[in-house]
Ligand binder design. Structure first.
Ligand code: ZN
Length: 315
């Protein structure tokens, strides 16, 4: 089989491999689609948690050995700690993601634990399946926000995470959903999902603010845009540390909440959410299209909103 191998920072090569063999409790999945998002272009620049060489791609859907269409829930925990028992594997001390710490979907096939497979309904397309994983992150963030439909919602960043938050807010019946981003195509996609696009600096305050970017600037903006008594949900990873005005937080009784990946049930809810969301913002790609896309993302060119690697040409 062929797979894209991240050999070092900014070095991604198409390589030939023997087909993977299923270990105990595993199955080999034919990859129909692997979504390309922030984790991949940040990983391409700085492999970070990824042991090198690494096959990236953790937003994976494909065909199981029995012919069934499946999504792969990439989140793994130890299965034995209190967090895992509560269904919060992301808080497990030994959490990992298929496609980050172990080989992922930038390949024609991969072997995964059988219990990571979630059956897909016939109605969902492979393009929609490419954004189940980021939408699962959004479902978790949405749950943590505890927003009611009358809340004014701001979303910073209209990549897959931001669009997932918009889709969640729209599905919950929220009427005030504003999204900011520097990219006109991303804003246009957010508008099709029910948000009002704001290309300039946001000036108002909002009951709930989602920062899907995670830069120093976006975090400070998100904190300032949060109304007194409101909640600010941090999802982005662009930089690890940044300064926050804690006096504002304290006097405004603002709640700051970190949101990281999802539970198994939130992943399943994301399948339903993705299946209801139009996918014209997804572009199908071949192996050789991936590195040029990652390079464009690193130059802040988001004219391709969501790349979907299609390594086997499944219809
Ligand atoms: Zn655990």
């Amino acid at each position: 089989m062929q797979a894209l191998l991240l050999e070092d920072s900014l070095i991604l090569r198409l390589r030939d491999f023997d087909d993977p063999v299923a270990g105990p409790g595993e199955v080999v999945v034919d990859v129909a689609v692997a979504g390309i998002g922030g984790s991949e272009y940040l990983g391409y620049r700085n492999p970070g948690l990824r042991p090198l060489p690494n096959i990236m791609g953790h937003g994976i859907a494909g065909v199981a050995p029995d012919g069934g269409r499946v999504a792969v829930n990439p989140l793994r925990g130890c299965g034995a700690c209190a967090f895992c028992w509560r269904g919060q594997a992301q808080l497990c001390d030994s959490w990992s993601l298929i496609g980050v710490q172990s080989p992922g979907g930038f390949a024609q096939k991969l072997s995964v634990p059988e219990d990571s497979l979630v059956a897909l309904p016939d109605s969902i397309t492979w393009e929609q399946a490419s954004f189940i994983e980021p939408f699962a992150n959004a479902v978790n963030a949405w749950d943590l926000a505890q927003a009611d439909p009358s809340a004014a919602i701001a979303v910073l960043g209209a990549g897959s995470l931001g669009l997932g938050v918009v889709a969640s807010a729209s599905a919950a019946g929220c009427k005030i959903i504003q999204v900011s981003d520097n990219s006109a195509p991303r804003l246009a996609a957010a508008a099709t999902l029910g948000a009002e696009a704001i290309s300039k600096q946001m000036a108002d305050t909002y009951d709930i603010v989602f920062d899907t970017v995670g830069s120093a600037e976006s975090r400070q903006a998100a904190a300032a845009l949060t109304a007194k008594g409101g909640r600010c949900i941090f999802m982005g990873f662009a930089t690890p540390t940044s300064e926050i005005d804690f006096a504002e937080l304290i006097r405004g009784q603002k709640q700051f909440i970190g949101a990281f990946v999802y539970s198994a049930t939130q992943f399943e809810r994301a399948i339903a959410l993705a299946g209801k969301t139009q996918s014209s913002w997804v572009q199908n790609l071949s192996f050789t299209d991936v590195e040029p896309l990652l390079k464009r993302y690193l130059k802040n060119d988001f004219s391709t909103l969501k790349g979907a690697l299609r390594p086997n040409g499944h219809q």
